[in-house]
Design a protein around this ligand. Structure first.
Ligand SMILES: [Fe+2]
Length: 462
């Protein structure tokens, strides 16, 4: 193949420098109550010649991670930093000594998918075998993290913190396992429990959901393919129509024997927004659903992708679904403090460049999927507010930052990196959640582009 990889061009193109910049210029006023760091991870190949990535052979999901961070305090943007995660290969490519540490099954990788904070650690995370990497406050790599030797295998990109217990839940999967693993990390940062859940066919489980009673697992027809691996596909998870799609409810403290699977129609789900238990013993989970076949190895499907609500009734043994929004959106988030409990509000992003690169949509869906906008969903009223950006002002995932630790669910700010075409660089855009369609309260002008990437967190200092 001689076509340059779409994920090396345009809004996806990697940056080549690590930057440290202080006292960033701001339009508007940064809310004085925001003290902490906004962090976001994403793939950033070392260069356009990176062998594993050039000329259509590489996969967007496989570029080494680069974490971008902005520190806010006293109404100022004190710094911006971007740092590659130093895996062994990456450190050696940069001529540096690798800050060595544990490695699961030779799967060392510069974690590129999410960046979170737990028990005082900043962690870059990735799924499918490798360990997370721990970063310093200033985003330098400390080393691989196996939670002080307590994690038996690899970890996961997506995690769910439970505010009540202080625990961090995850589902780890790995192609060489005949199971997936529920991993609970305690508030002190050690794995307190793992539960192996038998599965067949090596399903990819990118995300899951948490309620007060259950882990909600998605065993969908995207599975590890030896044929695809043999054919040289670098992320050999393909659509497998023979694999029964099902959703599982695992009691949080239960064993695999307690898990209840319910069959669903074939579909693909990268992300959940949130889940909770209702007062009738059912589980409500909001998801971004790709209708029909989706091939993760090729990042290709027909769509549409929609925001849907699944109501899982274990007593009746059935799953009913509702359409919440048919705009082609992704990266659903809520106020993290509401994880596992009923949420009224949700946020998501319409990112035209990502839609164009990952799904072929036709007709009316296309018009709505190829814009650039952040969305705020009021799921109690059934309304959606849209904050649009210009066609070439590519948006990123929106993250909610509460005004104070105890403020109401909607009382706070929505943060995202948005490309500013006038400056050919990114802005950290801060919207007031309760004035979502109004002018941003602040735009922090960053010194460089930020390539389209994946997930991040608002990490308050305390
Ligand atoms: Fe994700």
């Amino acid at each position: 193949m001689t076509t340059p990889n779409v994920f090396l061009r345009g809004s996806f193109a990697p940056v080549s420098e690590e930057i440290t910049a202080f006292d960033l210029p701001v339009t508007g006023q940064i809310p004085a109550e925001l003290t902490g760091r906004y962090l976001r991870n994403g793939p950033n190949p070392l260069g356009l010649d990176e062998p594993a990535y050039r000329f259509g052979e590489g996969h967007w999901f496989l570029g080494p991670g680069m974490v971008h961070g902005v520190r806010l305090r006293d109404g100022r943007a004190e710094w911006y930093r971007n740092r590659w995660v130093r895996s062994q290969r990456l450190a050696e490519s940069l001529g540096e000594k690798w800050p060595s540490g544990p490695v699961h099954d030779n799967m060392d990788f510069a974690a590129n998918t999410h960046v979170i904070a737990h028990s005082g650690r900043t962690l870059a995370t990735v799924e499918a075998g490798p360990l997370p990497y721990e970063l310093s406050y200033e985003l330098d790599t400390i080393g691989p993290c196996d939670f002080a030797g307590t994690l038996p295998g690899g970890y996961a990109a997506h995690t769910k913190p439970d505010r009540r217990t202080g625990e961090l839940h995850a589902i780890a999967y790995y192609w060489a396992w005949d199971h997936v693993q529920h991993v609970v990390v305690d508030p002190a940062g050690q794995v307190s429990r793992t539960t192996d859940i038998p599965v067949s066919g090596g399903p990819m489980m990118h995300d899951f959901a948490l309620t007060g009673r259950y882990m909600v697992l998605f065993d969908l027809p995207v599975t590890f393919s030896l044929d695809a691996a043999a054919a040289g596909l670098q992320l050999p998870y393909t659509w497998n129509p023979a694999h029964q799609a099902r959703v599982g409810l695992l009691p949080r403290d239960g064993s695999a024997a307690d898990l209840r699977w319910l069959e669903v129609d074939p579909c693909w789900i990268f992300h959940t927004m949130n889940a909770y238990d209702d007062d009738q013993g059912r589980v409500v989970v909001d998801v971004v659903r790709y209708d029909g076949a989706y091939d993760v190895s090729l990042l290709a499907g027909d769509g549409p992708l929609t925001l849907d609500r699944w109501i899982i009734d274990p007593a009746a043994g059935k799953v009913t679904t509702q359409r919440l929004d048919d705009r082609g959106q992704e990266f659903p988030r809520i106020d993290d403090r509401a994880i596992s409990r009923p949420h009224r509000y949700g946020y998501s992003a319409i990112i035209g460049e990502v839609s164009r690169a990952t799904i072929s949509l036709k007709g009316e869906f296309a018009d709505r999927a190829f814009a650039n906008a952040l969305l705020k969903h009021d799921l109690a009223r059934g309304t959606v507010e849209e904050h649009p950006f210009e066609a070439d002002a590519t948006a990123g995932e929106a993250v909610f930052a509460p005004s104070t630790a105890d403020s109401a669910e909607d009382d706070g700010y929505v943060l995202a990196f948005i490309h500013n075409p006038d400056r050919s660089a990114a802005d950290l855009v801060i919207l007031a959640a309760q004035d979502f369609t109004g002018e941003p309260v602040a735009r922090v002008h960053l010194p460089a582009r930020i390539p389209l990437g994946f997930h991040g967190s608002w990490v308050p200092d305390n």
